[in-house]
Design a protein around this ligand. Structure first.
Ligand code: S3P
Length: 426
């Protein structure tokens, strides 16, 4: 366990290029592995979670070669095959859920394992639809936690599935399994989650049709093998959120965050911060958008989980709410409880450590802001093997009066150079 001290930052100036989008990075590796021949990936995230996916692609028969700027994946002509050792997904829920779908379409027995945090997370959400498609998926207990055993088949059934939880990971797991189905696969979602898989399948030549409904979306996929292609990965909006919040709550900040993905399902945090009166501006770039975040006086707001479908940016927004004037309400945040840690509890705990009054009612929680980071406490925080909780506490410490974080090394799950990028702004 590494305990790390974060000092209060003086002025914050400069620009930060956050890592390549983690979601797109996992999918680029997996789709390239499924294709026949050589794909190249520029801007791949070098985080531990993505590295776990790359190792698994190799175990299944693809050849993954890393160089400084480009990663090359050679997909086997005859297709992927079962590995004879366990597939280690580390701390990465995306790896486990996407790989469970992918190996459902590969004949043989696959064992998926993860670290202690991942081994507590529910996998029934993928086990149920994958079993309906003809794979056999078993795990531990009622929520089917890892280790998982997946028995795959080259001839999965078609499925028309209404997602009971809004989850891009579950949708993607079904679509990846669907590539090995005999006919069309349909996934219906009530909230539009990130469309990374659909967009990237299209780019790889697979026929996927998305129809937006008033509130949700229907995705229809015609099974086929993805084609090898070139991938260019934009910056990760979920990582940009930490610097956007930091710029807004620090009393002397002007931070630019360069070239992030512009997908609407990923950028809800921008609207939330603007609603809180953050001076956060957006400019278009060739590959997405850049943000500029400057010191602001924030006001409280009401945040619905449907605005931030993955709830990934909620811990960072909790820090914004802690610095705001008034009571912010986070509605329908139950999914936070089954992330890398129980982020429902740990976000509230972080706000309380900063000096806020906090309370919850069912799946909603409330943060009474202290009216500026200059009123934050200096604090100690247990990072709980959760990269986003570590980064959220670090920005709170930098904007206020410093903090000490236990388990800070866990940022390597998604953002190995986070503390370097934070230091470079000072
Ligand atoms: C992800 C989807 C989200 C998100 C995770 C990445 C993805 O999870 O929290 O960080 O790449 O599909 P859910 O699909 O469970 O919301």
């Amino acid at each position: 366990m590494t305990t790390r001290s974060v000092a209060a930052a003086g002025a914050l100036r400069g620009s930060v290029q956050v890592p390549g989008d983690k979601s797109a990075s996992h999918r680029a590796l997996l789709l390239s592995a499924l294709a026949s021949g050589r794909s190249t990936i520029t801007g791949l995230s070098r985080a531990d979670d993505v590295r776990a996916t790359g190792v698994i692609a190799g175990q299944l028969g693809a050849e993954v070669t890393y160089s400084e700027s480009v990663v090359t994946v050679e997909g086997p002509t005859l297709g992927l095959r079962a590995a004879n050792e366990p597939l280690d997904c580390g701390n990465s829920g995306t790896t486990m859920r996407l790989v469970a779908g992918l190996v459902s379409g590969i004949a043989g027995t696959h064992v998926l394992i993860g670290d202690s945090s991942l081994s507590r997370r529910p996998m029934d959400r993928v086990a149920i639809p994958l079993t309906l498609m003809g794979a056999t998926v078993s795990g531990q207990g009622v929520s089917v936690t890892a280790p998982l055993k997946v028995i795959g088949s080259r001839e999965l059934h078609a499925i028309d599935y209404h997602l009971p939880v809004s989850s891009a990971q579950v949708k993607s797991s079904i679509l990846l399994a669907g590539l090995a189905a005999t006919t069309k696969v349909i996934v219906r979602e009530d909230v539009r989650t990130r469309s990374t898989t659909e967009d990237m399948l299209l780019r790889a030549g697979v026929s996927v049709e998305s129809t937006n409904l008033a509130d949700g979306r229907i995705v229809e996929l015609e099974p086929s093998r993805p084609q090898a292609t070139t991938w260019i990965i934009p910056g990760d909006p979920s990582q940009a959120a930490f610097f956007a919040v930091l710029g807004a709550i620090h009393t002397d900040a002007e931070i630019e965050i360069l070239n992030i993905d512009s997908s609407p399902e990923r950028n809800g945090f921008i609207q939330v911060l603007q609603r809180m009166a953050a001076q956060l501006s957006i400019s278009s770039t060739d590959t997405g958008i850049s943000l500029r975040s400057v010191s602001s006086k924030l006001t409280a707001t009401e945040i619905l989980s449907s605005e931030i479908p993955s709830v990934d940016e909620v811990p960072a927004l909790t820090v914004a709410a802690a610095a705001a004037n008034g009571v912010s309400v986070f509605r329908d945040m139950g999914e936070l409880r089954v992330k890398e840690s129980d982020r429902f509890a740990s976000s509230m705990e972080l706000a309380a450590a900063l000096g806020c009054r906090t309370w919850s009612e069912s799946d909603d929680f409330f943060i009474e802001g202290v009216g500026g980071a200059k009123h934050f406490n200096s604090f100690d925080f247990d990072g709980r093997s959760d990269h986003r909780m570590v980064m959220s506490s670090a920005i709170a410490g930098a904007a206020g009066y410093g903090c000490r974080i236990t388990g800070a090394q866990t940022v390597s799950s998604s953002y190995p150079l986070f503390f370097d990028d934070l230091a470079a702004l000072q």
